[in-house]
Design a protein around this ligand. Structure first.
Ligand code: SF4
Length: 347
């Protein structure tokens, strides 16, 4: 009996001894708060942004620095700084580009008079206007040729809106920024009108405004799908995530229209605690300490690198589990200007 008792104690001791002790890393993890991260898919770069950045990079490779860029190539401070390091010089107007230098127009598009001025100065230029913004420019010209008054739904002062308005002479396009702007519409406009929109608006709010306009202006010709695929898909993913999270982070710069819309869409879809941050340095750790489920997305001009830095910073403080939410997106590629595409491969 005594022998059996001793043997039991010894086995227990061996078992106790054999149990692996947690490593320091595991101990830290055990004390860390759990956060489930719902990561939007799609998020970040769209085909138009990728193309615009590639145009600047390839122009730098082919023609050498400096390459001048009129306005921020895309609305993201990180992207702009990275291109500056490579030799891009960002200017506000064509007058600032020295003689004989190459200038690139941003993804938002330019008014016709900017193009004319560039040509009249004999500057070499590359146009990084997104093809989906160009599509709206083409619609504007088509409606104008057909004798319709063009109404543009968009945000006053945004470069894309300035570029689209600038496809026709001053005063030809009626800008509708808010519903109360409709009070300024004259009777002639109401007779024969066509509607186009900025590419980065809120899908739902614009649909409501369109219905309102259709009721007010019977027979108005509405262009379909001016809001681009990237804006639409990123908003859809946010709508799916917002009702499930305590907080939602949109990565993007404050001047990025589609990023700001993502915050608004998230608030509308049920996450009042939705914020826009440029990078991990802007995270509010006191607020995050109260969060159990966190949504993360990025505007179409924000690089994936910024999301990775945010996830790394979160991992240092919390135990995070990541789940991707959304229908994803087919990867699109827009062609570069012919002179940058390189030699065609023999077929
Ligand atoms: S957000 Fe849309 S319109 Fe703007 S660059 Fe991307 S694809 Fe083009």
């Amino acid at each position: 009996m005594f022998f059996l008792f001793c043997s039991f104690i010894c086995k227990g001791f061996v078992l106790l001894k054999a149990k692996p002790q947690p490593t320091i890393h595991e101990k830290i993890l055990m004390t860390k708060q759990n956060i489930t991260v719902l990561l939007a898919n799609p998020r970040g770069f769209c085909a138009g942004v990728t193309r615009a950045i590639q145009i600047v990079e390839k122009a730098l490779e082919k023609y050498g620095a400096p390459i001048y860029v009129r306005h921020e190539i895309v609305h993201n401070a990180f992207v702009v700084k990275e291109l500056e390091k490579k030799g891009a010089v960002f200017v506000s107007e064509i007058d600032e580009v020295p003689e004989g230098r190459m200038v690139v127009f941003s993804a938002h598009g330019v008014p016709k008079k900017v193009l004319e001025k560039t040509k009249s100065r004999g500057l070499k230029y590359l146009d990084a206007t997104c093809p989906l913004v160009e599509k709206v420019h083409t619609e504007v010209k088509r409606h104008n040729e057909a004798g319709r008054k063009v109404i543009l739904i968009g945000h006053a002062g945004h470069p894309e809106v300035i570029g689209t308005m600038g496809q026709l002479p001053d005063g030809e396009i009626f800008l509708l920024d808010e519903v109360k702007d409709l009070e300024r519409l004259d009777k002639d406009t109401v007779k024969d009108a066509a509607l186009v929109t900025q590419t980065t608006l809120s899908v739902d709010e614009t649909a409501e405004l369109k219905e309102f306009l259709k009721a007010k202006i019977p027979g108005i010709v509405c262009s379909s799908k001016d809001i681009c695929y990237a804006t639409t898909n990123r908003q859809m993913a946010v709508k799916e995530i917002a009702p499930k999270v305590d907080m939602l982070i949109v990565v993007g710069s404050p001047n990025s229209s589609n990023s700001k819309r993502l915050v608004e869409v998230a608030v509308r879809a049920g996450c009042a605690n939705s914020v826009l941050v440029e990078d991990e340095k802007q995270l509010d750790w006191d607020k995050l300490a109260k969060v159990k489920t966190l949504g993360i997305t990025a505007g179409a001009s924000a690089p994936e690198k910024l999301i990775k830095s945010i996830l790394k910073a979160l991992r240092e403080r919390f135990k995070i589990t990541i789940e991707e939410i959304g229908k994803g997106e087919t990867r699109l590629r827009f062609n570069l200007p012919q002179e940058l595409e390189g030699p065609k491969k023999p077929s």
